[in-house]
Ligand binder design. Structure first.
Ligand code: ATP
Ligand code: MG
Length: 366
């Protein structure tokens, strides 16, 4: 009898390259589990996608939340397809999951993996200058879905898009961000808003940030930035930041910029966390379904692997950190060889070739 820990994973490959990279992540996760021997994964795959929506008229069945709650974690590929407006696919699937599973934190680490070529010269010379964790508010703000349209989209159309900010929502994300900053060597937090122009919700962000900061005086160094100036600082002075906290919309944009600065949107991971652990958390690369390269077998699976490594870290509650680090080491060893990089990283390897190389490397490293 083995007393292996079995983790139940809800796998939602979704659309386009989401399918390829989820398959790649599952292969690497299984190889990791097999090599380590103390745990394994049991997957339920859900065919919730735009393709399915076009055929049957729905993305997820009415009892989707109950089905997901039977799992320890959710692994998500990507959703979205040109034949379905993006706001429909987002609001039919990803946003309801984040909101109803209480995944109020979205953590997006960015650093320059060994073997990755950064587009900015300072970072080519000193890759260690970019090592950030972006903490994105994931439950409210600009993506609260509040607002309305009158007079259709015609000449007299009026539309409102309300951002909702609550003290409870802001306070919990600030605490998470300060704790994240505290756990890292540099112990530094930068808070981003647009509180000069947006004078209600963003000013509340400033107030709550100041309040929570008092609890971390002398422990975490902190500063504030306006989002526009922040984009410049990320490019020109990457070494001056460590942990970054921002709203749903701002952090969405900043994390794409961060991924591009680190070499490719195809490598960046994200974790949608319910810190209370009452609901399963969800792990997904930050990129989308990439219809322009879908079906070609050339998607970079590294963002998917890195997301899977973060899932292992979360599931292990501290006990699998070493395993997640080994997984990352295997990924970086493979990136170190130009022959096993995909096109977006200047190579010509296929998704399958990179996946095989990473699985082989896991066998060696772990
Ligand atoms: P979303 O709205 O879901 O964020 P998006 O419209 O921003 O999606 P992506 O699907 O992320 O767009 O693609 C943006 C660009 O990056 C495309 O040119 C795509 O081919 C490329 N890209 C994204 N992910 C990868 C990947 N894993 N490997 C290689 N190229 C990628
Ligand atoms: Mg995008």
């Amino acid at each position: 009898m083995s007393n292996k820990k079995v983790y139940k994973i809800a796998a939602i490959p979704g659309d386009g390259i989401g399918v390829d990279i989820t398959e790649a992540a599952v292969q690497a996760l299984d190889k990791l589990a097999e090599t380590n021997g103390t745990f394994s994964f049991e997957y339920t795959t859900f065919d919730w996608s735009s393709k399915a929506y076009l055929e049957r008229g729905w993305y997820m069945p009415p009892d989707w939340a109950t089905q997901l709650r039977k799992h320890d974690a959710i692994y998500f590929g990507a959703v979205g397809w040109p034949s379905v407006p993006d706001h429909i696919s987002l609001w039919q699937m990803i946003l309801p999951i984040r909101q109803q599973m209480n995944q109020y934190v979205n953590v997006r680490p960015t650093r320059i993996l060994r073997g990755t070529r950064a587009p900015v010269s300072q970072l080519q010379e000193k890759p260690s200058d970019l090592d950030w964790i972006i903490v994105r508010e994931n439950s409210e703000g600009e993506y609260a879905g509040q607002g309305g349209t009158t007079h259709g989209h015609g000449p007299n159309a009026i539309a409102t898009e309300l951002a909702i900010f609550t003290r409870v929502g802001i306070e919990r994300i600030m605490r998470f961000a300060f704790e994240t900053a505290k756990s890292r060597p540099r112990k530094k937090l930068t808070m981003v808003t647009k509180s000069n122009a947006q004078r209600h919700g963003m000013v509340l962000w400033d107030t709550v940030f100041n309040d929570v900061a008092k609890e971390y005086e002398g422990v975490v160094e902190h500063d504030k930035m306006l989002v526009d100036a922040m984009t410049v600082r990320m490019v020109n002075k990457p070494e001056t930041m460590d942990t970054i906290v921002a709203t749903n919309l701002h952090a969405d944009i900043l994390s794409d910029l961060a991924a591009a600065l680190a070499g490719s949107i195809g490598i960046a991971p994200s974790s949608n966390l319910d810190p209370t652990r009452e609901n399963p958390s969800m792990f997904e690369p930050i990129h989308g379904s990439a219809p322009d390269i879908a079906g070609q077998g050339i998607a970079n699976p590294v963002g998917a692997f890195w997301s899977a490594a973060e899932m292992v870290r979360w599931l292990g509650k501290g006990e699998l950190d070493g395993v997640a680090d080994q997984f990352m080491e295997a990924i970086e060893n493979v990136m170190g060889d130009p022959k096993t990089r995909t096109r977006d990283m200047g190579g010509s390897a296929s998704t399958t070739e990179v996946t095989k190389a990473v699985c082989d490397e896991i066998g060696r490293v772990c």
